[in-house]
Design a protein around this ligand. Sequence first.
Ligand code: DX5
Ligand code: ZN
Length: 229
Amino acid sequence: MSFDRTIKIAPSILSADFANFGQEIQAIEAQGADWVHVDVMDGHFVPNLTFGPPAVKAFRPHVKTIMDVHLMITPVDPYIQAYADAGADILTAHVEAGPHTHRTLQAIRAAGMKAGVALNPGTPAETVEQLLDLTDLVCVMTVNPGFGGQKFIDMTNKIRRLRQMIGDRPVHIEIDGGVDPKTAPLVAAAGADVLVAGSAVFKGGSVENPSIYGENIRAVRAAAKSALT
Ligand code: DX5
Ligand code: ZN
C-alpha cells in the first residue's frame, strides 16, 4: 500500500444490502471506490451491532482495493489477530476505547496491518499527538459513531490542527460521518484525504442499478477536489 494524499473515496458498507455484501462490494469497486470501509460495532462501545471477524473474512475475497476496518469496539487488543487473519489492510481503533492506544497501535502494526486511530467528535486532536509516529491514519468522526445517515458535525478546526501536527509524516486523515457533496469540500480544504461515505454513495443505487453508485462516488470526489484548486 503506497502513500499519497490524493482524495480517496471509501464507501461504508454499513449502508449496503446486508444480505448481499459480496455483490455490493464488487459493485462499488467497479464504480470507482478507492477503499472499502467496514464498520465493526459491538453494541457496547456504540449502541449498535454489526459484524465480527468471520463476516469480515468473508468480505475479503471480494475486496480488490483496500479493506479499511473501523473498530467501534472495546476492548480492542484481544481481537487484533482475528482481524489480521480476516484480511484487514487497515485496522482502526478508537482512542476512547481504552487507556493503552499506544500499545494497541504497536500490536496492529506487529500483526502486519496499517494502524489507524479514530477520534469521537468530543475528543481533541491533541489526544493523538504522541501517537503519530505509530499511526498510518487518523480517523476524524464527524458524527457520533453508531449509525449511518446522521447529520455532519463540523470538525474542520480539528482537521486543520491534525494536518499541522502530522506535517510530513505519511499519515492519512480520514473523515467518517455525514460526508456528501456539500460537506466534502469543507473537510478536503481542511486537509482530509480519505472520505468515508455510506448513505451518500449507496442512496438511489443497487447491485441491479450500480451506475448510481458511480455517479454518487464521482459527485463526492469532484466536490472534494473542487476545494483543492
Ligand atoms: C458511523 C460509521 C460510519 C457511517 C458513515 O458510526 O463509522 O462509517 O456509517 O455513514 P454516513 O456516510 O451515512 O454518515
Ligand atoms: Zn466508519
